[in-house]
Ligand binder design. Structure first.
Ligand SMILES: C[C@H](N)C(=O)N[C@@H](CCC(=O)O)C(=O)O
Ligand code: MG
Length: 367
Protein backbone atom coordinates (compact mmCIF):
# COMPACT_ATOMS: atom_id res chain seq x y z
CA UNK A 1 0.00 0.00 0.00
CA UNK A 2 1.43 3.35 -1.04
CA UNK A 3 1.52 6.28 1.42
CA UNK A 4 -0.35 8.91 -0.63
CA UNK A 5 -0.23 11.92 1.67
CA UNK A 6 0.63 13.14 5.15
CA UNK A 7 -1.65 15.43 7.13
CA UNK A 8 -0.99 17.30 10.37
CA UNK A 9 -3.67 18.17 12.91
CA UNK A 10 -4.10 19.37 16.50
CA UNK A 11 -5.82 17.52 19.31
CA UNK A 12 -6.38 18.99 22.77
CA UNK A 13 -7.94 17.41 25.85
CA UNK A 14 -8.23 19.28 29.19
CA UNK A 15 -6.89 17.45 32.26
CA UNK A 16 -8.91 16.37 35.30
CA UNK A 17 -6.32 18.11 37.48
CA UNK A 18 -3.11 19.97 36.49
CA UNK A 19 -0.11 17.71 35.76
CA UNK A 20 2.86 18.90 37.86
CA UNK A 21 6.37 17.50 37.87
CA UNK A 22 9.75 18.85 38.97
CA UNK A 23 10.11 20.11 35.38
CA UNK A 24 6.74 21.56 34.40
CA UNK A 25 3.04 22.22 35.02
CA UNK A 26 0.39 21.73 32.31
CA UNK A 27 -3.40 21.69 32.26
CA UNK A 28 -4.16 19.93 28.97
CA UNK A 29 -2.95 17.09 26.78
CA UNK A 30 -1.94 18.78 23.55
CA UNK A 31 -0.87 16.49 20.72
CA UNK A 32 0.27 17.14 17.20
CA UNK A 33 -1.38 14.37 15.17
CA UNK A 34 0.21 12.84 12.05
CA UNK A 35 -2.16 11.14 9.61
CA UNK A 36 -0.73 9.00 6.82
CA UNK A 37 -3.24 8.32 4.06
CA UNK A 38 -2.89 4.98 2.28
CA UNK A 39 -4.98 3.39 -0.43
CA UNK A 40 -8.66 2.53 -0.01
CA UNK A 41 -9.29 5.30 2.53
CA UNK A 42 -6.95 3.69 5.09
CA UNK A 43 -5.35 6.13 7.55
CA UNK A 44 -2.44 5.55 9.93
CA UNK A 45 -2.36 7.79 13.02
CA UNK A 46 0.57 8.97 15.12
CA UNK A 47 1.00 11.80 17.61
CA UNK A 48 3.55 13.82 19.56
CA UNK A 49 3.26 16.17 22.54
CA UNK A 50 5.61 19.10 23.06
CA UNK A 51 8.18 18.25 25.78
CA UNK A 52 11.10 20.68 25.32
CA UNK A 53 12.51 20.13 28.82
CA UNK A 54 12.79 16.37 28.27
CA UNK A 55 13.25 15.70 24.55
CA UNK A 56 14.19 19.21 23.39
CA UNK A 57 11.23 18.99 20.99
CA UNK A 58 8.48 21.60 20.68
CA UNK A 59 5.48 21.31 18.39
CA UNK A 60 7.15 23.89 16.12
CA UNK A 61 10.31 21.76 15.89
CA UNK A 62 8.27 18.60 15.23
CA UNK A 63 6.37 20.33 12.41
CA UNK A 64 9.62 21.69 10.95
CA UNK A 65 11.33 18.27 11.05
CA UNK A 66 8.39 16.62 9.32
CA UNK A 67 7.87 19.39 6.78
CA UNK A 68 11.54 19.99 5.89
CA UNK A 69 13.01 16.49 6.16
CA UNK A 70 10.82 13.52 7.04
CA UNK A 71 7.86 13.95 4.71
CA UNK A 72 10.13 13.26 1.72
CA UNK A 73 11.22 9.96 3.26
CA UNK A 74 7.71 8.53 3.56
CA UNK A 75 5.23 10.05 1.10
CA UNK A 76 5.03 8.01 -2.11
CA UNK A 77 6.63 4.95 -0.47
CA UNK A 78 5.20 1.46 0.00
CA UNK A 79 4.30 0.69 3.63
CA UNK A 80 5.29 -2.94 2.99
CA UNK A 81 8.89 -1.63 3.28
CA UNK A 82 8.30 -0.70 6.94
CA UNK A 83 11.70 -1.84 8.26
CA UNK A 84 13.62 0.10 5.60
CA UNK A 85 11.34 3.12 6.00
CA UNK A 86 11.95 3.17 9.77
CA UNK A 87 15.73 3.02 9.20
CA UNK A 88 15.51 5.89 6.74
CA UNK A 89 13.38 7.97 9.15
CA UNK A 90 15.95 7.35 11.91
CA UNK A 91 18.92 8.20 9.66
CA UNK A 92 17.32 11.22 7.97
CA UNK A 93 18.40 13.60 10.75
CA UNK A 94 19.82 13.40 14.29
CA UNK A 95 17.66 14.05 17.40
CA UNK A 96 14.03 15.13 16.76
CA UNK A 97 12.83 11.96 18.49
CA UNK A 98 9.21 13.16 18.90
CA UNK A 99 8.82 13.86 15.16
CA UNK A 100 10.26 10.44 14.30
CA UNK A 101 8.03 8.80 16.91
CA UNK A 102 4.83 10.39 15.60
CA UNK A 103 5.72 9.30 12.09
CA UNK A 104 6.74 5.75 13.04
CA UNK A 105 3.56 5.25 15.08
CA UNK A 106 1.48 6.21 12.03
CA UNK A 107 3.63 3.95 9.82
CA UNK A 108 3.20 0.93 12.12
CA UNK A 109 -0.56 1.61 12.31
CA UNK A 110 -0.82 1.65 8.51
CA UNK A 111 1.48 -1.39 8.08
CA UNK A 112 -0.60 -3.44 10.52
CA UNK A 113 -3.79 -2.39 8.70
CA UNK A 114 -2.17 -3.45 5.43
CA UNK A 115 -1.50 -6.88 6.98
CA UNK A 116 -5.04 -7.05 8.43
CA UNK A 117 -3.68 -7.48 11.96
CA UNK A 118 -4.09 -5.51 15.19
CA UNK A 119 -0.73 -3.88 15.89
CA UNK A 120 -0.06 -5.98 19.00
CA UNK A 121 -0.44 -9.17 16.96
CA UNK A 122 1.83 -7.82 14.23
CA UNK A 123 4.39 -7.25 17.01
CA UNK A 124 4.02 -10.84 18.24
CA UNK A 125 1.67 -10.15 21.16
CA UNK A 126 -1.22 -12.30 22.30
CA UNK A 127 -2.88 -10.43 25.14
CA UNK A 128 -4.95 -7.27 24.58
CA UNK A 129 -5.37 -6.41 28.29
CA UNK A 130 -2.88 -4.39 30.32
CA UNK A 131 -2.88 -2.58 33.65
CA UNK A 132 -1.33 0.84 34.18
CA UNK A 133 -0.34 2.88 37.21
CA UNK A 134 -1.44 6.51 37.66
CA UNK A 135 0.70 9.56 38.27
CA UNK A 136 0.14 11.74 41.35
CA UNK A 137 1.39 15.24 40.62
CA UNK A 138 3.75 17.01 42.99
CA UNK A 139 1.72 19.57 44.94
CA UNK A 140 0.98 20.68 48.49
CA UNK A 141 0.52 17.68 50.77
CA UNK A 142 -3.27 17.89 51.21
CA UNK A 143 -3.77 17.92 47.42
CA UNK A 144 -1.39 14.96 46.93
CA UNK A 145 -3.22 12.99 49.62
CA UNK A 146 -6.63 13.72 48.11
CA UNK A 147 -5.32 12.78 44.62
CA UNK A 148 -4.05 9.49 46.08
CA UNK A 149 -7.47 8.84 47.70
CA UNK A 150 -9.17 9.54 44.36
CA UNK A 151 -6.77 7.19 42.55
CA UNK A 152 -7.44 4.40 45.04
CA UNK A 153 -11.19 4.97 44.62
CA UNK A 154 -10.73 4.63 40.84
CA UNK A 155 -9.15 1.22 41.40
CA UNK A 156 -5.48 1.97 40.74
CA UNK A 157 -3.15 -0.37 42.63
CA UNK A 158 0.11 1.35 41.67
CA UNK A 159 0.70 5.08 42.20
CA UNK A 160 3.64 6.95 40.68
CA UNK A 161 4.34 9.86 43.02
CA UNK A 162 5.98 12.93 41.52
CA UNK A 163 8.57 14.58 43.74
CA UNK A 164 11.65 16.71 43.12
CA UNK A 165 10.50 20.32 43.67
CA UNK A 166 11.51 20.60 47.35
CA UNK A 167 13.48 17.68 48.71
CA UNK A 168 12.60 18.13 52.42
CA UNK A 169 8.91 18.55 51.66
CA UNK A 170 9.15 15.52 49.34
CA UNK A 171 10.23 13.33 52.23
CA UNK A 172 7.29 14.48 54.37
CA UNK A 173 4.89 13.93 51.45
CA UNK A 174 6.19 10.41 50.77
CA UNK A 175 5.79 9.43 54.44
CA UNK A 176 2.26 10.88 54.58
CA UNK A 177 1.23 9.13 51.34
CA UNK A 178 2.75 5.83 52.49
CA UNK A 179 0.70 6.08 55.70
CA UNK A 180 -2.50 6.94 53.83
CA UNK A 181 -2.15 4.20 51.22
CA UNK A 182 -1.38 1.66 53.95
CA UNK A 183 -0.53 -1.24 51.64
CA UNK A 184 -3.53 -0.76 49.31
CA UNK A 185 -1.26 0.24 46.40
CA UNK A 186 2.41 0.01 45.62
CA UNK A 187 4.29 3.28 45.28
CA UNK A 188 6.81 4.46 42.69
CA UNK A 189 8.71 7.75 42.99
CA UNK A 190 9.56 9.92 40.00
CA UNK A 191 12.00 12.70 40.86
CA UNK A 192 12.37 14.03 37.28
CA UNK A 193 16.03 14.96 38.03
CA UNK A 194 15.05 17.15 40.99
CA UNK A 195 17.40 15.81 43.67
CA UNK A 196 21.16 15.82 44.07
CA UNK A 197 23.05 12.57 44.50
CA UNK A 198 23.54 13.30 48.22
CA UNK A 199 19.83 14.11 48.72
CA UNK A 200 18.81 10.93 46.93
CA UNK A 201 21.05 8.70 48.98
CA UNK A 202 20.07 10.40 52.26
CA UNK A 203 16.31 10.31 51.51
CA UNK A 204 16.23 6.79 50.20
CA UNK A 205 18.38 5.43 53.04
CA UNK A 206 16.10 7.17 55.56
CA UNK A 207 12.95 5.79 53.91
CA UNK A 208 14.46 2.31 53.76
CA UNK A 209 15.51 2.55 57.45
CA UNK A 210 11.93 3.52 58.37
CA UNK A 211 10.61 0.46 56.53
CA UNK A 212 8.95 2.44 53.71
CA UNK A 213 8.75 0.02 50.78
CA UNK A 214 8.93 1.68 47.38
CA UNK A 215 8.85 -0.21 44.11
CA UNK A 216 11.41 2.08 42.45
CA UNK A 217 12.87 5.55 42.32
CA UNK A 218 12.91 7.08 38.83
CA UNK A 219 15.52 9.49 37.49
CA UNK A 220 16.59 11.04 40.81
CA UNK A 221 19.39 13.21 39.39
CA UNK A 222 20.38 15.20 36.31
CA UNK A 223 20.08 13.09 33.15
CA UNK A 224 23.79 13.55 32.32
CA UNK A 225 24.96 12.25 35.70
CA UNK A 226 25.33 8.56 34.85
CA UNK A 227 28.19 8.07 37.32
CA UNK A 228 25.99 9.60 40.05
CA UNK A 229 23.17 7.21 39.13
CA UNK A 230 25.64 4.29 39.42
CA UNK A 231 26.77 5.44 42.89
CA UNK A 232 23.09 5.77 43.95
CA UNK A 233 22.41 2.22 42.74
CA UNK A 234 25.26 0.95 44.93
CA UNK A 235 24.14 2.97 47.98
CA UNK A 236 20.45 2.07 48.20
CA UNK A 237 18.39 -1.09 47.91
CA UNK A 238 15.33 0.42 46.19
CA UNK A 239 15.61 -0.18 42.40
CA UNK A 240 16.71 2.90 40.44
CA UNK A 241 15.06 3.57 37.07
CA UNK A 242 16.62 5.62 34.27
CA UNK A 243 14.17 7.83 32.37
CA UNK A 244 15.61 11.11 31.05
CA UNK A 245 19.07 9.43 30.96
CA UNK A 246 17.85 6.72 28.56
CA UNK A 247 16.82 7.84 25.07
CA UNK A 248 18.84 5.70 22.68
CA UNK A 249 20.42 2.26 22.38
CA UNK A 250 23.78 3.99 23.01
CA UNK A 251 22.47 5.56 26.24
CA UNK A 252 21.26 2.19 27.47
CA UNK A 253 24.57 0.49 26.54
CA UNK A 254 26.39 3.05 28.70
CA UNK A 255 23.92 2.61 31.58
CA UNK A 256 24.46 -1.16 31.40
CA UNK A 257 28.26 -0.79 31.26
CA UNK A 258 28.30 1.47 34.34
CA UNK A 259 25.49 -0.38 36.16
CA UNK A 260 23.77 2.99 36.46
CA UNK A 261 20.17 1.74 36.67
CA UNK A 262 18.18 -1.34 37.64
CA UNK A 263 15.27 -0.56 35.27
CA UNK A 264 14.94 1.37 31.99
CA UNK A 265 11.90 3.55 31.25
CA UNK A 266 11.23 3.30 27.49
CA UNK A 267 9.08 6.01 25.91
CA UNK A 268 8.35 6.27 22.21
CA UNK A 269 8.91 10.04 22.31
CA UNK A 270 12.48 9.48 23.56
CA UNK A 271 13.43 6.55 21.33
CA UNK A 272 12.07 8.10 18.12
CA UNK A 273 9.32 5.53 17.84
CA UNK A 274 8.65 1.82 17.84
CA UNK A 275 11.69 0.46 15.94
CA UNK A 276 14.24 1.85 18.43
CA UNK A 277 12.02 1.06 21.43
CA UNK A 278 12.16 -2.59 20.31
CA UNK A 279 15.96 -2.38 19.96
CA UNK A 280 16.22 -1.06 23.54
CA UNK A 281 13.81 -3.66 24.94
CA UNK A 282 15.84 -6.44 23.27
CA UNK A 283 19.16 -5.04 24.50
CA UNK A 284 17.87 -4.66 28.06
CA UNK A 285 16.42 -8.18 27.97
CA UNK A 286 19.80 -9.64 26.90
CA UNK A 287 21.29 -8.02 30.01
CA UNK A 288 18.44 -9.05 32.34
CA UNK A 289 17.48 -5.43 32.86
CA UNK A 290 13.71 -5.01 33.22
CA UNK A 291 11.95 -2.21 31.34
CA UNK A 292 8.98 0.02 31.99
CA UNK A 293 6.89 1.31 29.11
CA UNK A 294 6.24 4.95 29.91
CA UNK A 295 4.66 7.90 28.16
CA UNK A 296 4.78 11.66 28.18
CA UNK A 297 1.68 13.65 29.07
CA UNK A 298 0.07 12.58 25.81
CA UNK A 299 -3.19 11.20 24.53
CA UNK A 300 -4.46 7.86 23.44
CA UNK A 301 -2.98 7.64 19.92
CA UNK A 302 0.66 7.51 21.00
CA UNK A 303 -0.09 5.78 24.29
CA UNK A 304 -2.11 3.06 22.54
CA UNK A 305 0.88 2.39 20.26
CA UNK A 306 3.08 2.02 23.35
CA UNK A 307 0.54 -0.37 24.87
CA UNK A 308 0.52 -2.53 21.71
CA UNK A 309 4.30 -2.67 21.96
CA UNK A 310 4.12 -3.88 25.58
CA UNK A 311 1.84 -6.71 24.52
CA UNK A 312 4.36 -7.77 21.86
CA UNK A 313 7.39 -7.49 24.17
CA UNK A 314 5.96 -8.48 27.54
CA UNK A 315 9.03 -10.62 28.34
CA UNK A 316 11.22 -7.51 28.35
CA UNK A 317 8.71 -4.81 29.35
CA UNK A 318 7.23 -5.79 32.68
CA UNK A 319 6.23 -2.42 34.16
CA UNK A 320 3.63 -0.05 32.73
CA UNK A 321 3.18 3.71 33.16
CA UNK A 322 0.72 4.46 30.37
CA UNK A 323 -1.68 6.76 32.19
CA UNK A 324 -1.69 9.80 29.84
CA UNK A 325 -5.22 9.22 28.48
CA UNK A 326 -6.71 8.52 31.93
CA UNK A 327 -5.48 11.93 33.16
CA UNK A 328 -7.67 13.64 30.55
CA UNK A 329 -11.31 14.61 31.06
CA UNK A 330 -12.36 12.49 28.07
CA UNK A 331 -10.84 10.45 25.25
CA UNK A 332 -11.66 11.91 21.81
CA UNK A 333 -10.29 8.85 19.99
CA UNK A 334 -13.06 6.42 19.08
CA UNK A 335 -12.55 2.78 18.20
CA UNK A 336 -8.92 2.45 19.34
CA UNK A 337 -7.63 1.13 22.66
CA UNK A 338 -9.92 1.77 25.60
CA UNK A 339 -8.45 3.39 28.70
CA UNK A 340 -10.72 2.71 31.66
CA UNK A 341 -8.93 3.81 34.83
CA UNK A 342 -6.16 1.21 35.39
CA UNK A 343 -7.39 -1.11 32.59
CA UNK A 344 -6.19 -0.81 29.03
CA UNK A 345 -7.93 -2.94 26.41
CA UNK A 346 -6.31 -2.97 22.98
CA UNK A 347 -8.50 -2.95 19.90
CA UNK A 348 -8.69 -6.17 17.87
CA UNK A 349 -9.30 -4.21 14.68
CA UNK A 350 -6.36 -3.91 12.23
CA UNK A 351 -3.62 -1.46 13.25
CA UNK A 352 -4.47 0.73 16.23
CA UNK A 353 -8.15 0.30 15.35
CA UNK A 354 -8.91 4.04 15.35
CA UNK A 355 -12.26 4.82 13.66
CA UNK A 356 -12.75 8.50 14.34
CA UNK A 357 -11.17 11.32 16.34
CA UNK A 358 -13.46 14.01 17.71
CA UNK A 359 -12.24 17.61 17.61
CA UNK A 360 -9.28 16.93 15.31
CA UNK A 361 -8.20 20.20 13.64
CA UNK A 362 -6.32 19.48 10.41
CA UNK A 363 -4.03 22.34 9.39
CA UNK A 364 -1.46 21.09 6.85
CA UNK A 365 -1.28 18.47 4.11
CA UNK A 366 1.71 17.15 2.10
CA UNK A 367 1.14 15.05 -1.03
C1 LIG B 1 2.52 10.76 32.19
C2 LIG B 1 3.57 9.81 32.73
N1 LIG B 1 3.07 9.04 33.80
C3 LIG B 1 4.81 10.56 33.17
O1 LIG B 1 4.94 10.88 34.31
N2 LIG B 1 5.69 10.84 32.21
C4 LIG B 1 6.90 11.59 32.35
C5 LIG B 1 6.75 13.05 32.36
C6 LIG B 1 6.08 13.49 31.10
C7 LIG B 1 5.83 14.92 30.80
O2 LIG B 1 6.33 15.84 31.44
O3 LIG B 1 5.09 15.08 29.81
C8 LIG B 1 7.93 10.99 33.23
O4 LIG B 1 8.81 11.68 33.70
O5 LIG B 1 7.92 9.77 33.45
MG1 MG C 1 9.94 9.94 34.52
Amino acid sequence: MIIRKLELAWLRVPLITPFKTALRTVDAIHDLVVILHGDGGKRGFGSAPSTPLITGDTHASVIAAIEQVLVKVVVGRDIADLTLLCQQVQWAMPHNSSAKAALEIAMYDLAAQDMGLPLYKMLGGQHPQLTTDITISVDHQAKMLSDCQAALARGFTTLKIKVGRDSQQDLANILAIYGLVDGRASLRLDVNQGWTEAQTIAHMQQLEAEGVELELVEQPVDYRDIEGMARICRAISTPVMADESAFSVGDVQRIIALQAADIINIKLMKTGGISQAIAIAELAHEHNLPCMMGCMLEGSIGVAAAAHLVSGYSDSISLIDLDGPTLGRFDPVLGGASFDNASIELSDQPGLGIEHIQGLEEFRCFE
